[in-house]
Each structure stands twice: as C-alpha cells, then as structure tokens.
Design a protein around this ligand. Sequence first.
Ligand SMILES: Cc1cc2nc3c(=O)[nH]c(=O)nc-3n(C[C@H](O)[C@H](O)[C@H](O)COP(=O)(O)OP(=O)(O)OC[C@H]3O[C@@H](n4cnc5c(N)ncnc54)[C@H](O)[C@@H]3O)c2cc1C
Length: 395
Amino acid sequence: MLERGDVANSWRCERWDSLRLLTPNWQSRLPGFAYDGPDPDGYMTAGGVAELIGRYATHIGAPVQTGTTVTSVQRVDDGYRVTTTHGEIRSRAVVIASGACNRAVVPAIADAVPPDIEQITPFEYRNPAELPDGGVLVVGGSATGVQLAAEVRASGRPVTLSLGELVRLPRVYRGRDILWWMDVSGVWDQRYDEIDDLPRARRLPSPQLVGTPERTTLDINALTAMGVELVGRWAAVRDGRALFSGGLRNVLALSDLKMERLLDTFDGWAATECEDHDVDPPERFAPTEVPRSARWELDLRSGEIRTIIWATGFRPEYEWLDVPVFDARGRLRHDGGIVDSPGLYALGLPVLRRRRSTFICGIEDDARDVVDHLHGYLAEPLADSVRSRRGMRGR
Ligand SMILES: Cc1cc2nc3c(=O)[nH]c(=O)nc-3n(C[C@H](O)[C@H](O)[C@H](O)COP(=O)(O)OP(=O)(O)OC[C@H]3O[C@@H](n4cnc5c(N)ncnc54)[C@H](O)[C@@H]3O)c2cc1C
C-alpha cells in the first residue's frame, strides 16, 4: 500500500476546519471494524475520521508505505511497472485506491472573473476568518456548497449562493437519521448494473446535509432564513458581470419532487418491513421557498463580491496512470471496479458497485467483490489471465 502522505491523508490535509461527516458515526464502518465510541448517532470531525482510519490500519496491520508518491503506472509484459518517489515496483495487479476527490472541479468561466476577486476551492478554504472582508459568492448547492454558505453567512458576511442541480434531504425523517433510511431500506444497496443512467448517478451532487450535534436540516429554506441570497446556475461572465440562468424555480421544484418520491419509497418500505424498528408516523416538509425575484446578473466589478468559493464538485486525478483506460471525457473505464486493463482494479469511486460505494460504509462490500475477482485473476496461469477479463456482473 503506497500513500503519498500519512494514513488518512485526505482527512488530515484536505478538509476545512469545521467539517464533520454527514454520515452518522455508526455508519463509519470498515470491514470487521465498527464504530465503538460513545456517540453512535453523532457526526465525526475530520480529525476523528483520520484517527479512526489510523486505528483501523493498526488493527489490520496494513502494510502502508507512507510518504511515497506513485508517479507512474505502466503496463509491461504480464503486469505493471509502478514508479514511485522511492523506487520502482513490478506487480501483476494494481488496485487504484487514490480517491475520487483529489482535485476541485472549477468551470472555465472562472478565467473571466476580474482579478481583484479572490477565488478559492474547498481545498483552500479553512474557515471564514481567513476570507477577505466583504461579500462571498458560493457556487454550487451540494453538501459542500450549502455547508460553506451557511458557515460564511454565520460569520456575518453577505453570501450569495448560485445553485445548479441539488439533492434536498431532511436530516431526520420520522425520528430517524435520513441516512438510516437509505441504509436499512435497501436504497443504498442498488447495484451499479441495475441503475438506468449510471454515468448520471455517478455525477449526482452530494445531498444537502450537514452533521451537527443538533441534527440540523440544512436545506435551501434554512439558508434563506439565514439571509443567504439565491441565484440560478452561473452560466457566463460578460463585461465583468456574472450571468445566472433563470431556471431556479424549476431546480427547486424538482429537488422537492425528488425528495417527496424518496420519502414515499421509505414509507412504502416502512409499511411492510419496519416492524422491528421504532419510527414516527410519516411526515412531509414545506416546499422550498422560491425567491420572488432572483437576480439574473451580478456586477463583479462593483466590489459587492470579494471572494468566490467554487463548490462545484471534485474529481479524481490520474496524471500518474500511463495506461490507456480513459474514455473521451477522461473518466476511468471500468466495470464495477474492474478496470479495462488486465490486473488493474479501482476502489473508492462514486457508485462503483452500489449506491453506497460513494460513502465510507460502501467499501466493505465493494472490496470483497473486487478482491474476489483479483484473487481469481492472480490464481490463473499468466497467459490465461490476460484473456479472462470478463466483467463480474452477477458474481
Ligand atoms: C468534502 C468531503 C466530504 C465527505 N464526507 C463524507 C461523509 O460524510 N461520509 C462518507 O461516508 N464519505 C464522505 N466523503 C467521501 C469519502 O471521502 C470517501 O468515501 C472515502 O474517503 C474514500 O476513501 P478512499 O481511501 O477511497 O479515498 P481518499 O480518502 O481520497 O484516499 C486516497 C488516498 O490516496 C492517496 N494518493 C492519491 N494519489 C496518490 C499517489 N499518486 N501516490 C500515492 N498516494 C496517493 C491520497 O493521499 C489519499 O490518502 C466525503 C468526501 C469529501 C471530499
């Protein structure tokens, strides 16, 4: 196991100060290793996650070589040449577990923003005190966007939030954490090969959730109540003005509709399967309030906005992977983690094999499936193994 930083590097170095998991502690389970602390329904800090993963590495005696960056992986003969900052390794198989969120996605319009506005991504953001005084434009309404918009607004700064697609969820439904429902109802168990539009499922923004001790719901209504101004998707910059799309009403209505459908699914499941669990009666939530007149443009030269935070998603970084396994959009070509090159595997990507793959608790089943295939591959005679790369659907 090669790690460029320390164990749990991303949780040590790449998260903002206040970040807590949006999944409850009991859901932070790793293979054979469940949360055993005093607050199973709480939400772990980034430091807590680093500590948990560190303990897990010790527990399983993980052979981690830290401080070792992989600079290149090339296909050679019947395996791979892995070049690292500490030398070269030959290996028949390689598992890519380098993360799905190594880089922030920033749209090209960022280049047209006037230079006196500071632009940062969640990787640079630490806390509101480090931002310049003045207005902040947060772009993106996923978990990251809403959490940062709320935190910056609470610091007293004016905040404008530009919304594209969003996934609305209440923190608690019928007395249970909403992610409990995802977990027990089987929604997160849906397999990748049962999903109609898999590329879309893999691109879906993270749900608008925050993990706070108070189990607060952080939806658009909560942000509006805090005084966050909403605008539509940021479409272009013209003559120093940000232009926003007029589709805000539809975006908000659609997120309400999708939430209702999901709650219906949970209610349907509860009606037949929930005898063993104590849940409250069904409930519904107020529709998202649509601003009466959302602005369509904002003059970026007026001084109103001093900082832009691009919460527009993350992507993996594969500059070191010198194997032709990418599609036209630069995405890794794989079938449930079986990459399109003999002996090459991937773990830790969104909806890799199930909906739950996106989260820490997804690794157990995914790792078992992928490692099963890997064992089979290594057990085959060399010449056969190259021919045997059939997908593992149904296995
Ligand atoms: C902001 C944010 C919030 C999240 N919140 C939650 C949550 O609440 N609950 C949840 O379940 N999941 C959450 N996730 C998802 C969670 O991060 C992943 O499920 C999990 O971390 C995946 O673990 P991983 O080991 O696959 O990837 P990572 O944690 O990204 O680890 C990849 C490791 O590979 C190393 N690496 C990368 N490139 C190289 C290289 N070339 N050479 C050597 N080492 C390399 C990195 O240093 C890193 O340590 C969140 C993700 C983000 C970005």
